[in-house]
Design a protein around this ligand. Sequence first.
Ligand code: GLC
Length: 543
Amino acid sequence: MTQQNWRKSVVYQIYPKSFYSPEGNATGSIKGVTAKLDYLAELGIEYIWMTPVYKSPQNDNGYDVSDYYAIDPSYGTMDDLDELIREAEARGIGLMMDIVVNHSSTEHEWFQKSLAGDERYRDYYIWRDEPTNWESKFGGNAWKYDEKSGQYFLHLFDETQADLNWENEQMREDVYEMMRFWREKGIKGFRLDVINLISKQQDFPEDDSDGRKFYTDGPRIHEFLKEMNEEVFEGHDVITVGEMSSTTLDHCVRYSNPDEKELSMTFSFHHLKVDYPNGEKFVAAPFDFVQLKDIMSTWQEGMHGKGWNAIFWCNHDQPRVVSRFGNDTDHRVESAKMLATVLHGLQGTPYIYQGEEIGMTNPGFDSLDEYRDIETLNIYKLKREQGVSHEDMMAAIKQKSRDNSRTPMQWDATPHAGFTSGTPWINVAPNYTDVNVETALDDPNSVFYHYKNLISLRKELDVLTDGDYTLLTPDALDVWAYTRKTDEEEVLVVANFYGPETTYEIPEGFTRADVVSHNYDVPQLDGTTLSLRAYEAIMFYKK
Ligand code: GLC
């Protein structure tokens, strides 16, 4: 794909563990992805980002890699992966691999050698005589003591995910070599896990907070990414996206500006913290709509003409958007379509997470036994020790747990939603008999066909790629309206984010004939006065 073309593409994210198991196993497989390629081609996406399938003890579902060159047997074999690459390519779909190199599993050979004091590998990880007070993202202190050497190693995530030492040139060279191996296999994209955390401030100070300021967008990060680009991506037909944890707009402009030669685009997460009161995730809370618009609009304006956003509502670390910012009880279909319209009208590359395109919801699990995620289980234990009640924690987990998006993909109304004929590793959401792919494909008004239309609009309308963004309703408590404009074309998106009807005065010049996407039959437009029903969203387009 040429430099220009990829910007019109849409990426579909697959969490293979929960996608499809044709073998009838508890967990999905690579063959399960290959088996569903026709479905994805029908949707119209051009890339699949598949979360890690490398050999791993699976403490963090594959984000704890023990061998970067091998496929975990639970997912299949290298032949299965080669087949997936070939079959995807035959349908015009490129495969994007997830590269996890801020840390490796402590079972990785490098770490085992490091632990044993091997001369070459000791320095591949971050060892210190004294710990700092930095906190792990999954709760607790970020340093783990090793009795044998009397030193501590850093783990920003679980204690089985040891941070790699990017100051070590040989380690970096080994990482690039591994990435070239995947590129040569025919991988068309790289998603780089928490990549803006790889450069740590080398004096390792104590913090009055959790320590993130000393390793987020750290001192050598741009240098490392430029080096990676030169060593792996430059001159090849690949796209790259960096997952940027707690980053800033200025850094993301630099990461994704073509002149900087670092990455194609960046994920940022500020818009998905609008339901974290005082920055705290594990507290049940409503979301702040005005803040949501403000953050996304700031990034739209700030990246325009300089960088490139990866735009998304959902991934395997986030609750389902229809349960989060929509209404998954009375208006599931309308609100799922509304959210899709608002997102796909923005500038950037849209990422659709498996099941989002049929409006899958949080499962609503009430019992801790139904949760599997290491973050959820760690935080539950920690907060209970700190005196938070079981009820408060369960309310928070039900709303915020990463498992909300990790339940099996709902293919049909047969037992376990057609995900497997065996017993799934995590329960299926109870609404699978209504919400599933088979039902969606049979219904021309389904969420699926709404997404399909939005994906094809991105290819047809250049303004969706190139147009600048203006927020028309910064203060409105229910409506998000914006325009996208080039000299030749203009798009107007108007969305009611809530149930009660409301009205909005649209800019002059748009008529019913200009509607290109809508989640109700006929717009209630009287002159320039638009009456919006529950979760109604309309996209207008004119030349
Ligand atoms: C990223 C992944 C998440 C994982 C973490 C540590 O945030 O998306 O699933 O737990 O990095 O690798």
